[in-house]
Design a binder for this molecule. Structure first.
Ligand SMILES: [Zn+2]
Length: 365
């Protein structure tokens, strides 16, 4: 049985890595990749592309780990094609490849263990050390990616779902909300190439707009008038084609609208909808954290910053809350100031107050 040394290099916060990126050090290709939050792309150290600002950059040991975090491979430097220097890490890559080749029939840990010559325990531990998740979680995230690719290439949601190995839509929605942070942002700026339809309904907080693409909900907004809401949607996606007419997506849109209304009226614990929103990896981390706040509870901006491991990023967290596209679905209203005053709310402070009061009442009644 192969024994692994567990002293693999840590890549999270090493100044030497940034030096290698700045000097385009080709000898470091294969020992790590760097990902750029603003573009969503990751590169090998020697990539000829222009260098981003340091604070935009995140390091990963493996291309697969960068993809797991929602980044896409750079088309110029093709970081997936480099072999990794460390045999342990190369082994994890082989496990990733084996999982990817067996999308429909997920491999058991035992089978993976047999094919690599490692004990199941070692395999699990090494994989988790490098990737931050278990082989099983990796397989699930691959299926989700596959599903999205199928939908994007024009398959219907149902067909794409079965092609990606999901037995039911319920399974898919559970997975996609659990993996919310990994929705790859594939649309152009301002929604170029997006086809959006919207619908508006009355709710306890005024008028409610829900807009969606064929892949999921792209906007949930609250307002006083329909015109204000529609204007807001056009401002959010200036380059998209936006329509309120009946289309093939309408049945899903109505279903999603009903889920939001049901949450508002009956206080169902959470809203699980597929989301199709372009955002940075950082925004997704914040939004994911917001979705962990239970109904009836609040967190401070500082607590969210701590929870995502960025205690100093309080202002960035507040900005990510303010840039939320999906009111209620991503419950940014549950974040308040340290002293319990409300802070801001994109859809009006009065609504934030009402929402929090109602949620607290729902919990105590
Ligand atoms: Zn590159």
């Amino acid at each position: 049985m192969l024994q692994l040394s567990m002293n693999m290099p840590s890549v999270t916060n090493n100044p030497e890595l940034w030096d290698a990126v700045l000097s385009r050090d080709a000898s470091r290709d294969g020992s790590f990749v760097f990902a750029v939050r603003s573009t969503g792309i990751y590169c090998r150290p020697s990539c000829p592309a222009r260098r981003p600002r340091r604070e935009q950059v995140q390091f990963f040991q493996l291309p697969e780990a960068a993809e797991q975090a929602g980044f896409r491979a750079c088309r110029r430097c093709r970081p997936r094609r480099v072999r990794h220097h460390h045999p342990e890490i190369e082994l994890v890559r082989r496990v990733c490849a084996a999982i990817e080749e067996n999308d429909e029939q997920p491999l058991t840990l035992e089978k993976l263990s047999a094919s690599t010559g490692l004990s199941a325990h070692h395999l699990q531990r090494t994989f988790k050390e490098v990737m931050g998740i278990t082989p099983r979680q990796y397989a699930e995230s691959r299926r989700l990616t596959q599903f999205k690719a199928n939908v994007k290439s024009g398959a219907s949601v149902t067909a794409a779902m079965y092609d990606a190995g999901y037995g039911s839509s319920r399974g898919l929605y559970e997975k996609s909300s659990a993996h919310l942070g990994m929705t790859p942002a594939t649309y152009g700026r301002g929604g170029r190439g997006m086809r959006i339809i919207y619908t508006i309904a009355d709710c306890s907080l005024g008028r409610l707009l829900v807009a969606a693409t064929e892949r999921g909900v792209c906007s949930v907004a609250l307002g006083d008038s329909d015109i204000e809401l529609v204007k807001g949607l056009f401002a959010e996606y200036p380059n998209a084609s936006i329509d309120s007419k009946d289309t093939a997506i309408s049945p899903s849109l109505n279903l999603w609208l009903n889920q939001v209304l049901e949450h508002l009226n009956r206080k169902t614990p959470r809203i699980d909808l597929p989301l199709d929103i372009r955002a940075t990896a950082f925004q997704w981390r914040v939004w994911d954290e917001l979705r962990q706040i239970p109904l009836g509870a609040t967190r401070s901006y500082q607590q969210i910053a701590n929870a995502i491991g960025k205690p100093k990023a309080v202002r960035a967290v507040a900005r990510a809350c303010a840039s939320n596209h999906a009111a209620l679905v991503i419950p940014c209203h549950r974040v308040v100031r340290e002293d319990k005053t409300l802070g801001g709310y994109r859809w009006g402070l009065e609504r934030k107050r009402k929402l929090l009061d109602a949620e607290e009442r729902a919990l105590t009644s």
